[in-house]
Design a protein around this ligand. Structure first.
Ligand SMILES: Cc1cc2nc3c(=O)[nH]c(=O)nc-3n(C[C@H](O)[C@H](O)[C@H](O)COP(=O)(O)O)c2cc1C
Ligand SMILES: [Fe+2]
Ligand SMILES: [Fe+2]
Length: 407
């Protein structure tokens, strides 16, 4: 990856993380993730966001800085929009290399600079509307965007070129190749990043959707020519696309979402599994798209992405020790943490003794504002009547989903 000038005197530098690690220690990134940082050069030089010492990223960043004749020791300002270590892990070493670079961050950011890195000197706190003049017509204006997705988060805006350095907002998973901008991607590339934007949103940002809406409202009035996030591709042909996409994702939070259904199933001995097909057939007959996952086999990050955009949720699971099948309890817990509320829900499953999963599911999701249609439970192996009933119920759910989904 090379440094790339994205507007006059503004460069994107970055590294793809492809070493097989999980993002935040838990989310699969089989296609990598990019860490994007930016150089803004006036008479003074600012580095916007940092990187983590991860998969050789510092070496790559240093080479790219050298390629645009930026001496890392002579950077004047380091803008920390967000303190999560994927963007700051290298801060201690950076400070050693360039002790003169003043750090600009929010008040809450400064507290984290101290607690994570023990740095207190040379830190300037900024708030919404504050400006850093870099000379030669270049400026940075700061906009606080708390809780997108950490409390200290801010965005930085360069008015002369209309570049918004949005940090995690408008970001996505996926390594970035030579095609850096939206207008350089093939249709396939767009489809890939759209999918990875949704998965990133569902995993990282979803629980903070009301704050996403507030942050986007603050951008009104800014002339944005380029959106430059800290992960994924940059938007210049149509920056509105990614803003609208994020607004639509944020709207899914309380439900309804798209006219789609996510079906998650888990089964110990195959009895519950026998009715997965009955449910998918019922949905197919109603022409409602369905995303099917098995737990614990399938990756939770993908389950969350599908559930985030689905108005309907179906769970197939048996009872285990008087409660839900434990891997499903984990899925339900994650759906709650990400605030996947206001969904239309159906569950079916086998039991052996006296059941318990139905009650457990109802109790745990009591605050999710989920509307359940009657759960179908059966003892042991399902019969043909159970098959028909699950199919009928799935069709019923499909009808409700179609009626109530977002337009
Ligand atoms: C470890 C274990 C715990 C179970 N706990 C319960 C229970 O608390 N209540 C119940 O009604 N059945 C319980 N069962 C019975 C299962 O729910 C039953 O075997 C069911 O058919 C399993 O569905 P599956 O084939 O889809 O895994 C338990 C089974 C196992 C193996
Ligand atoms: Fe973050
Ligand atoms: Fe990040």
């Amino acid at each position: 990856m090379r440094a790339r000038e994205i507007a006059g005197g503004i460069y994107r530098i970055g590294a793809n993380i492809t070493n097989g690690d999980l993002f935040e220690g838990m989310w699969a990134i089989p296609d990598g993730v990019s860490l994007n940082a930016y150089i803004v050069r006036g008479e003074k030089t600012a580095l916007v966001d940092l990187i983590r010492d991860w998969d050789d990223a510092p070496m790559k960043i240093r080479d790219q800085l050298a390629s645009i004749s930026v001496d890392v020791k002579k950077i004047d300002y380091l803008i920390l929009n967000h303190l999560e270590p994927d963007h700051t892990g290298w801060l201690g070493m950076f400070r050693d290399l360039c002790p003169g670079a003043e750090i600009l961050t929010t008040v809450k950011g400064a507290a984290l600079v101290k607690s994570f890195y023990g740095i207190e000197d040379g830190v300037r706190t900024v708030k919404t509307g504050d400006t850093l003049d870099l000379g030669a017509g270049k400026k940075l204006v700061f906009v606080e965007a708390p809780n997108v997705h950490w409390p200290e988060t801010m965005l930085s805006y360069e008015p002369s070129a209309g570049v918004l350095f949005s940090c995690d907002a408008f970001g996505s998973y996926g390594s970035v190749g030579a095609e850096l901008f939206d207008d350089e991607l093939s249709a396939e590339g767009h489809a890939f990043f759209e999918k990875e934007t949704l998965r990133y949103y569902a995993n990282i940002v979803a629980g903070f959707s009301s704050f996403v809406e507030k942050a986007i409202a603050k951008l009104e009035g800014l002339e944005i020519n380029i959106i430059a996030p800290s992960h994924g591709i940059l938007w210049k042909e149509n920056p509105r696309t990614i803003i609208s996409r994020y607004l639509r994702y944020a709207a899914y939070a309380k439900g309804p979402a798209e006219p789609e259904v996510t079906l998650v199933w888990g089964s110990m001995y195959g009895n519950t599994e026998k009715l997965v097909e009955a449910a998918t057939e019922g949905l197919k007959e109603s022409a409602v798209p369905v995303h099917v996952f098995q737990t614990p086999h399938d990756d939770i990050s993908r389950i969350l992405a599908a559930a985030w955009k689905s108005t309907g949720l179906i769970f197939g699971m048996p009872t285990y020790e008087y409660k839900m099948f434990p891997p499903m309890a984990h899925v339900i817990d994650e759906l709650g943490r990400k605030k996947i509320f206001g969904r239309k829900v159906f569950r079916f499953g086998s039991f052996g003794w006296s059941g318990g999963a139905a009650k457990d599911l109802a109790e745990i999701t009591a605050k999710f504002n989920w509307t359940f249609i009657e759960q179908v439970e059966f003892s042991g192996c399902p019969g043909s009547a159970d098959y028909e009933l699950v199919k009928t119920r799935a069709k019923e759910l499909a009808g409700i989903v179609k009626q109530s989904a977002l337009q």
